[in-house]
Ligand binder design. Structure first.
Ligand code: ARG
Length: 464
């Protein structure tokens, strides 16, 4: 504390030193040091703007800029000494600047407050992380599409209520995942447009008495626009909540995808095998190969949901403008960002390792009267109303259940007993491949449609 470099920048009106526990309790340096390089970037742009507006001299800018660059180097090589006595990333860096370049360093904070500074840092950080997330998610869509194209004609049972429903292609099922992720990407892109607004220049809450030009700072930092209201600018954390909410949706999708992976590599399904490199064994049961990675991703969705709940509760009822509560936004945001990016990377490794087992899939598709709807459709084409056709096929299924056989095992006479319009052509439609091929429209499961859908997604991805 008696170290000159650790003097509190706000110490002027205080006559007692900060209580040691309070110092530790209020400090954020342990986690917000992660914003260090963004803080330097923001400060450099701020200093440039101050010089252009005649608020500091060119010589002062030169010294500040050099000092900040040296600090950036020490942050990058891990030698910067962060101090809890200096509370947070902003005061640590400013303190170090003054240590290095002396009095002139104290001019950097002209026309600025930590309130608009932290909002700026957080936006710069999240803009980068949004872009990184989008790139990872695009890779994931590419990996899914690649597998879907390969499996565009592979028959598998489609499910509702986890009961065999209608035949689909494995490729079609995979492209459903791709659509989920593409929607997620558009949510992140949309959220980015509201992240990329400059709050700096709002001061503590009411703006500044100096003749600043916020457009200059925005331009240097690559912001699309400047914020409109200084009070909202320092109080707003919607952009954090929006990102975490988009991440929550993505993690929800990941948990569904992972649940299917776990099911599919379980013995009763055996639809796929995951690469050995992505599974682990059991310390007791020698035969085990466990799908730990998808299980862990499924589990990690919970912490992101929790962060969303935490953040909306954090912001609830806060009076304008900045309150210290807001310091609590960082850990949930950082953890969300890390979890999202790591889980996407894990899936990017996992998806190409999937080894499908087409015979297990088609065997499963032979059970459960999977072609019942196709027979009802056949009757409709013969002029029967869908409701009556449904009833008739229901009776045939009941009969087959009693006989312990499949629909395709029934004799023509048995079909005709249910409805005399049946003819031998009914057996033509009683193959799953026929059922697949006949669903040939945009959005349908026919192999040729899956290939077309893959091509369309490839174009959509490049346009993002
Ligand atoms: N460490 C603070 C935070 O994370 C920075 C802003 C502090 N502003 C203040 N007036 N105490 O929110």
């Amino acid at each position: 504390m008696d170290n000159k470099s650790e003097k509190k920048p706000w110490g002027g009106r205080f006559s007692e030193p900060t209580n040691q526990f309070v110092e530790r309790f209020t400090a954020s340096i342990n986690f917000d040091k992660r914003l260090g390089l963004y803080d330097v970037t923001g400060s450099k742009a701020h200093a440039q703007m101050l010089e252009k507006c005649g608020i500091i001299s060119s010589e002062e800018l030169r010294q500040i800029d050099n000092g900040l660059e040296e600090i950036a180097d020490t942050i990058r090589n891990g030698t910067f000494k962060w101090s809890a006595a200096l509370e947070d990333v902003h005061m640590n860096i400013e303190g170090e600047l003054v240590n290095r370049i002396g009095e002139v360093g104290k001019k950097l904070h002209t026309a600025r407050s930590r309130n608009d500074q932290v909002a700026t840092d957080l936006r710069l950080f999240l803009r980068d992380k949004t872009d990184e997330s989008v790139e990872e998610l695009k890779d994931l869509v590419r990996a899914i599409v690649q597998l879907a194209h390969k499996e565009s004609a592979t028959l598998m049972p489609g499910y509702t209520h986890l009961q065999v429903a209608q035949p689909v292609t494995f490729g079609h099922h995979l492209l459903a995942w791709a659509e989920m992720i593409l929607r997620d990407i558009s949510r992140f892109k949309n959220c980015r447009s509201r992240i990329n607004i400059l709050p700096l220049g709002s001061g503590a809450l009411a703006g500044t008495t100096f003749p600043i030009d916020r457009r200059i700072t925005a331009e240097i930092l690559g912001f699309d626009d400047i914020s409109e209201n200084s009070m909202d600018s320092v109080a707003d954390r919607d952009f954090v909540i929006e990102f975490v909410s988009a991440a929550t949706m993505t993690m929800m999708h990941f948990s569904r995808i992972c649940e299917e992976l776990v099911l599919w590599c379980s013995q009763p399904f055996s639809f796929i095998e995951l690469g050995d490199a992505f599974c682990t064994g059991s310390s007791m049961m020698p035969q085990k190969k466990n799908p730990d990675v998808p299980e862990l991703i499924r589990g990690k969705s919970g912490r992101v949901y929790g962060h969303l709940m935490g953040l909306i509760t954090l912001m609830k009822s806060q009076p304008l403008t900045y309150n210290k509560d807001n310091q609590e936004d960082k850990e949930p945001l950082f953890d969300t960002v890390d979890t999202l990016i790591d889980c996407t990377k894990a899936l990017n490794l996992l998806i190409p390792s999937i080894n499908p087992n087409p015979s297990a899939m088609s065997e499963a598709a032979e059970k459960g009267f999977i072609l019942a709807t196709d027979i009802a459709d056949y009757l409709v084409r013969k002029g029967i109303s869908f409701r009556d056709a449904h009833e008739t096929v229901g009776q045939l299924v009941k009969f087959a259940v009693d006989q312990n056989c499949q629909l395709e095992d029934l004799k023509l006479a048995e079909f005709q007993k249910a409805n005399k319009v049946f003819d031998a052509k009914v057996f033509d439609i009683l193959t799953p491949d026929k059922a697949l091929a006949s669903r040939s429209h945009q959005g349908g499961t026919a192999p040729e449609q899956v290939k077309k859908a893959c091509a369309r997604i490839a174009i959509r991805i490049e346009k993002i």
